[in-house]
Design a protein around this ligand. Structure first.
Ligand SMILES: NC(=O)c1ccc[n+]([C@@H]2O[C@H](COP(=O)([O-])OP(=O)(O)OC[C@H]3O[C@@H](n4cnc5c(N)ncnc54)[C@H](OP(=O)(O)O)[C@@H]3O)[C@@H](O)[C@H]2O)c1
Length: 268
C-alpha cells in the first residue's frame, strides 16, 4: 500500500511512525509546506515532498492531517489530480464531514474518518473510525487494513459518522481535560507539602492506576469509588466537596462546549 500523509505535523508524523510497523517507510510519503521540518523523517527512510499533488499520485491511502481551516485549500489543490478510483481518503480533520470532502473531490470518492488522540505517539491512542457512507463504503479487506494501521497506535472503535464530533470531544479534546485533572491534583499535592515533581508523579501514577482498574477489571467507576469511600471517611468528604463545587458538571459542560465548537470548525 502506498500511503500519502498530507499535513505531516503532530498527528501526521506520529501516525507515520505507527504505520511504519506494518508498512515500509519508503511507501509512506509525508507532505508539509515547510519541508525542512521533515528532514528527520526523510533520514529515517520516509519519503517527503512539499507537493501534495505529487504525493497523492498512485497513493492507495491519502491521510488528511492539516488543520480544519487549511483543509479546503488542500482539497481544492488535490481535486484536479486525485484518482478517486484508486485512492481512499482518510481524514483526521476535526469537524469536516465525509460529505464536505465529497463536495470538493467528487461524490464517488471513498472517505473514511479517523479521530485519534496525541497518545498515539506512545501507541496508546483511542481512535474512533467511521467507514464512509452507504454509497461509497469500503470493501472489507480495505477496512481491515485501515483498522490494522490504527491498531498500531492504540485501540480502535468503529462508530457511525454522526458520532464523530462526540468522539472528537471525548477522546481528542479529552486528553487536555484529563491532563488538567491530573495537573490540579498535583497542585493540591504541592499545597499539602509535596515538591512539584513528587506531586505530579503521585498524581500521574494514581490516575494511571484508576484508568487501569477500569480497563483491566472492566469495573464501573462508581463501584471503584464505593471501595474507597468508607463511612464518615475522608474520601467521601473530599469527593462531595468537589461535587458541591460542580466537578462532574464542569467536565460534562466542558465536553459539550467542545462538541458544539467542533461542529462549527469547518464553517469558520
Ligand atoms: N492534535 C490533536 O490532539 C488532534 C487529535 C485528533 C485529530 N486532530 C486533527 O488533526 C489535524 C492536524 O492536527 P495537528 O495537531 O497535527 O496540527 P499541526 O501540528 O499544525 O499539523 C498540521 C500540518 O499541516 C501542514 N500544512 C498546512 N497547510 C498545508 C498544505 N497546504 N499542504 C500540506 N501541509 C500543510 C503544516 O505544516 P506547514 O505549515 O509546514 O505546511 C502542519 O505541519 C487537525 O485537523 C486536527 O483537527 C488533532
Amino acid at each position: 500500500m502506498k500511503i500519502a500523509i498530507i499535513g505531516a505535523g503532530n498527528i501526521g508524523t506520529a501516525l507515520a511512525e505507527g504505520f511504519s510497523a506494518i508498512e515500509k517507510k519508503e511507501n509512506i510519503i509525508l507532505t508539509r509546506r515547510n519541508i525542512q521540518h521533515l528532514d528527520e523523517y526523510r533520514s529515517k527512510g520516509f519519503q517527503s515532498t512539499d507537493s501534495n499533488k505529487d504525493a497523492i499520485k498512485n497513493a492507495d491511502l491519502v491521510l488528511l492531517a492539516v488543520l480544519p481551516q487549511q483543509i479546503n485549500e488542500v482539497l481544492k489543490e488535490m481535486a484536479p489530480v486525485v484518482d478517486t478510483k484508486k485512492s481512499t481518503m482518510i481524514s483526521c480533520v476535526a469537524g469536516i464531514t465525509i460529505q464536505n470532502i465529497k463536495d470538493v473531490l467528487g461524490k464517488d470518492t471513498r472517505v473514511v474518518r479517523a479521530m485519534p488522540n496525541t497518545a498515539l505517539s506512545l501507541q496508546q491512542s483511542m481512535t474512533c473510525i467511521a467507514f464512509g457512507d452507504k454509497t461509497t463504503e469500503l470493501p472489507d479487506e480495505h477496512k481491515k487494513f485501515i483498522l490494522e494501521l490504527f491498531n498500531q497506535v492504540g485501540t480502535t472503535l468503529v462508530i457511525k459518522e454522526e458520532m464523530m464530533t462526540a468522539a472528537t470531544a471525548l477522546c481528542a479534546c479529552g486528553i487536555a481535560f484529563f491532563m488538567r485533572a491530573i495537573r490540579s491534583a498535583s497542585q493540591g499535592g504541592i499545597e499539602m507539602g509535596f515538591h512539584a515533581d513528587e506531586a505530579l508523579q503521585l498524581a500521574v501514577q494514581t490516575a494511571k492506576g484508576a484508568a487501569l482498574l477500569l480497563q483491566k477489571e472492566e469495573a464501573h467507576p462508581e463501584k471503584e469509588i464505593d471501595r474507597v469511600t468508607s463511612p464518615k471517611g475522608c474520601t467521601i468528604a473530599g469527593l462531595n466537596e468537589m461535587e458541591h463545587n460542580g466537578y462532574s458538571s464542569a467536565m460534562i459542560k466542558g465536553l459539550l462546549t467542545s462538541f458544539n465548537k467542533a461542529n462549527e470548525l469547518y464553517k469558520n
